[in-house]
Design a protein around this ligand. Structure first.
Ligand SMILES: O=P(O)(O)OC[C@H]1O[C@@H](O)[C@@H](O)[C@@H](O)[C@@H]1O
Length: 398
């Protein structure tokens, strides 16, 4: 272990063997991020039950809205991306994630605002809920019970779905997402049914079991993904809009839990620009300069390399409810794998499984979520505490 600056300590080089020592894993995870992450399936079930108790029917009265704005920051903001992708390109109403305080200038009485905040006190969600109320827009709020957000919702006589606050926001993605989806279902914008929720929860449970700390690296997909990424700069690209939400989510968790810099986004977009990274100093150039005849003693320290993680949607869109023909997405995903191979850039592939969009998303999020935690642990970092975020809030008085 080494002392870094600003009181943060950790290991510069990941310790692979510690991941197979469950006691060491537990002692490096005092806050229980692994346990919280393993509760994803339970979060789906609990949030579905809590949403069923909330008075969402209030939303139906005025019929289909002109637009839906999902307001929140960080993980709460990601729920808007999930809704937009599950609603799909055929959604009759624009679904707009909004990450700054307040709401867009055009929001008015014809619209619905869904304000989301795990703590129930982010200025972004609170500002949006207040603005929605002032402008006469329909409001739904999702977040911690007995919070400021709940008070705003009560003042506005708007439905509030209380999501118990047991874990940091980023370990509560599923608890926050399900109420957003069910509010959108009430408005007729998504088709998520009870079987989809049950199957999604079951898949999250099964993946949590495969990724449990007592499962060793060679059978544990999250540990092996983490060890593959160790010491590299991860590039995470999603082959479809759904896979891109999962890619961005992996960017969030790799940054917050493991503190790795990440390039994350849509492969379609990357293919016209960022794919060039594969040729650069961390990609093809570093691989081509490797001198296989160099004396081990004289060899330079191992340089930093890119590592590609490709999240593939797997081609299950039988109803053809996509922006692009599946074949285009598949060809592009094959192409980037070939490009990486030609340049010697290693590539991990996670392929979606399951029938519904939500279950497929879960199958692309679960293993990477755990991998981000194992990567933090291998570096001796507590995945829960992120002093830089706390310091940032203090310094900027937010
Ligand atoms: O969901 P709330 O509580 O509004 O937090 C929103 C975001 O705030 C940031 O400061 C971090 O803590 C993020 O992990 C979190 O997602």
């Amino acid at each position: 272990m080494m002392e870094g600056t600003a009181g943060v300590s950790g290991r510069r080089v990941a310790d692979e063997s510690m991941l197979d020592d469950p006691e060491a894993v537990a002692s490096h995870d005092p806050g229980g991020m692994l346990r919280f992450t393993a509760s994803a399936g339970a979060q789906v079930r609990e949030s579905a039950a809590l949403a069923a108790e909330a008075n969402l029917a209030l939303l139906e009265d005025e019929g289909r809205p002109r637009a839906v704005v999902i307001a929140g920051i960080g993980t709460a903001g990601r729920t808007g991306d999930v809704l937009a992708t599950v609603a799909g390109p055929r959604c009759p109403v624009p679904v707009i994630p909004h990450r700054s305080a307040g709401v867009p200038g055009w929001v008015g009485a014809a619209d619905v605002v869904i304000a989301v905040s795990a703590s129930g006190r982010s200025p972004e969600a609170l500002g949006a809920a207040e603005a929605a109320h002032r402008r006469g827009a329909r409001l739904v709020a999702v977040g911690a019970p007995d919070s400021q957000l709940q008070s705003v919702a009560e003042r506005a006589r708007a439905p509030f779905i209380p999501v118990p606050r047991r874990a940091p926001a980023r370990a509560s993605l599923w608890a926050l997402t399900v109420p957003v989806l069910l509010a959108a279902r009430t408005l007729g914008l998504v088709k998520v049914n009870e079987a989809d929720l049950a199957e999604t929860a079951a898949r999250l449970d099964a993946d949590a079991d495969r990724c449990r700390s007592t499962a060793e690296s060679f059978v544990n997909p999250a540990k092996s993904l983490a060890l593959g990424l160790a010491g590299s700069i991860p590039i995470v690209w999603g082959s479809s809009p759904l896979a891109t939400v999962a890619a961005r989510r992996f960017g969030d968790t790799l940054s917050a839990n493991a503190r790795y810099p990440v390039v994350a986004g849509a492969l379609g977009e990357a293919g016209r620009g960022r794919v060039g990274l594969l040729d650069g100093v961390f990609g093809g150039l570093v691989e081509s300069t490797r001198d296989i005849f160099a004396d081990a003693d004289e060899a330079e320290p191992d340089p930093t390399r890119l590592r590609l993680v490709l999240l593939r949607d797997g081609g299950l869109n039988a109803d053809d409810d996509t922006d692009e023909p599946l074949a285009v997405e598949e060809r592009r995903a094959d192409a980037v794998q070939t490009l990486a191979e030609r340049r010697g850039v290693r590539c991990d592939v996670v392929t979606a499984e399951g029938g519904s969009a939500l279950e497929r998303l879960a199958s692309l999020v679960a293993v990477p979520d755990f991998a981000s935690i194992y990567l933090a642990l291998a570096h001796g970092l507590d995945p829960m505490a992120v002093p830089a975020v706390t310091e940032m809030k203090e310094l900027s008085n937010q």
